[in-house]
Design a binder for this molecule. Structure first.
Ligand SMILES: Cc1cc2nc3c(=O)[nH]c(=O)nc-3n(C[C@H](O)[C@H](O)[C@H](O)COP(=O)(O)O)c2cc1C
Ligand code: SF4
Length: 437
């Protein structure tokens, strides 16, 4: 079938975020049908059949996740919409919330009908002030038009939606950290099980879904599961938002079918590597993924293909680095982020991210030793899979792969008294003598 954009077709039009505009394009018709004509179990089965996979990073099948929520419970059930979008290189959910907020609200209504939820929280990162206001205005309009509230869209279904603003912590994007933050506590992840579907927000069954995941739902109901599965590869189908940043001519968000080639995404959609330079490295799934070399970029951007290439789709935040990039500096930049954002509960993460930053720093400023390269791998081995949440893995994956695939940059920095940028700024320090950290 021919590809039709669903998230971004009208983003250049003036009032694309308004309720009137959204309804003029058929908006809320699928939610109306879901509320009035569909049975909850049929909605869940349709989303399972569509093979919609989570767009927040882990790629878990959405319908399967909904199926884990107990049907008969004497507690409320909640939906927590993950709009934290704190993964470096990722800015797609922001676009949906700013330009197409009613699409998200329609997806929320469909999810809540399917699972029997009457209260949804949207957890939006603190820095998204404009997006939070847009969203709140859209919610207010939806209440005033009877789309949300006591009798949603003329049905007997009640749904409230609350926007909860974060305070700028990466770890509050991890689902249990986010739930703890909504509850008013420090946003720290919790051990699983229990999974949120069984024991989540306020101890009640909770669905956690990413903004883009939910924004797929009206389209799935509109065209049906079978047609949806034909968009891109069957195992991870659908329209997808790809964020491209870094050293390209035209950075931005691109809506394309899942499975587009990474090379095409960079060269055709993002205008190619900037300034006529050559490609050096790409991290395809936000900074938490394994790095790819320029030779490894003929890969399809979908969950299975990227996993087979030893990396991941993650949040589809594609970070492009040109031939002038020193990978020692890149590693230092990334590790500084993870060390700062570690919540500190688990020793391998708290100490490991600190060690990785320290090692990258000393190599960058000319105090590195060749043994440091094995030390990075050793530290990473002690982090992956050994902590409460996946932040430790998210730090270790780029670290181990950058050092392994770009070893020559590290050896040069160790032998030449620091990274090229450091040596240029501090020519007297070459040789590493004055660079201990
Ligand atoms: C450290 C860390 C940060 C995360 N940040 C986000 C985020 O900003 N947005 C998001 O949707 N998921 C994020 N996730 C993934 C969530 O934990 C969760 O898997 C996701 O929200 C589930 O939604 P989905 O199934 O629709 O993808 C993060 C995970 C980890 C470990
Ligand atoms: S892995 Fe890191 S961020 Fe996650 S809970 Fe442990 S210390 Fe906190």
């Amino acid at each position: 079938m021919s590809f039709r954009k669903i998230f971004t077709p009208y983003i250049h039009e003036d009032k694309c975020h308004s309720l009137k505009f959204y309804q003029s394009k058929g908006g809320y018709e699928q939610a109306r049908k879901a509320l009035n004509d569909w049975q909850p179990d049929d909605l869940i089965e349709t989303v399972k059949a569509a093979n919609l996979r989570g767009r927040g990073g882990a790629g878990f099948p959405t319908g399967v996740k909904w199926g884990f929520v107990p049907k008969q419970v004497d507690k409320p059930k909640y939906l927590a919409v993950n709009a934290d979008e704190s993964e470096p290189g990722t800015f797609k959910d922001r676009l949906i919330m700013e330009k197409n907020p009613h699409l998200l609200l329609e997806g929320i209504i469909i999810c809540c009908k399917a699972v029997g939820i009457h209260h949804a929280y949207i957890y939006i990162r603190g820095e998204f002030v404009f997006g939070a206001n847009r969203l709140q205005n859209a919610i207010d309009r939806a209440y005033s038009e009877g789309i949300l509230g006591e009798n949603c869209l003329g049905s007997d279904f009640k749904l409230d939606v609350t926007v909860h603003r974060g305070a700028g912590a990466y770890i509050c994007g991890e689902e249990t950290g986010m739930l703890t933050s909504i509850e008013g506590d420090r946003g720290q992840p919790k051990l699983k099980p229990p999974f949120p579907a069984v024991e989540g927000l306020f101890g009640c069954p909770t669905v956690v879904n990413n903004v883009e995941t939910l924004a797929n739902l009206p389209y799935i109901l509109e065209i049906g599961a079978e047609e949806y599965r034909k968009i891109g590869p069957e195992n991870s189908p659908g329209p997808k938002l790809f964020c491209v940043s870094g050293h390209v001519e035209k950075p931005g968000v691109f809506e394309l079918p899942m499975g587009v080639s990474l090379r095409t995404l960079i060269d055709e959609h993002a205008g190619g590597v900037w300034k006529g330079r050559k490609l050096k490295a790409v991290i395809p799934g936000g900074s938490s993924a394994h790095v790819l070399t320029a030779d490894e970029c003929d890969v399809a951007m979908d969950i299975e293909s990227l996993a087979a290439a030893g990396t991941m789709l993650g949040s589809a935040g594609v970070i492009v680095m040109d031939e002038t990039t020193c990978m020692v500096d890149a590693l230092l930049n990334i590790m500084r982020f993870y060390h700062h954002e570690s919540c500190g509960q688990c020793t391998p993460c708290r100490e490991g991210t600190g060690w990785l930053e320290k090692i990258a720093h000393r190599i960058a400023v000319g105090g590195g030793r060749i043994e440091d390269l094995d030390l990075v791998t050793e530290v990473c081995d002690r982090m992956v899979g050994k902590t409460i949440c996946a932040l430790a893995d998210a730090a270790a994956f780029p670290a181990e792969s950058i050092v392994k695939k770009f070893r020559e940059d590290f050896v040069a920095a160790i032998e030449n008294g620091g990274s090229p940028a450091w040596v240029k700024r501090h020519p007297a320090n070459t040789g590493g003598a004055a660079a201990h950290v």
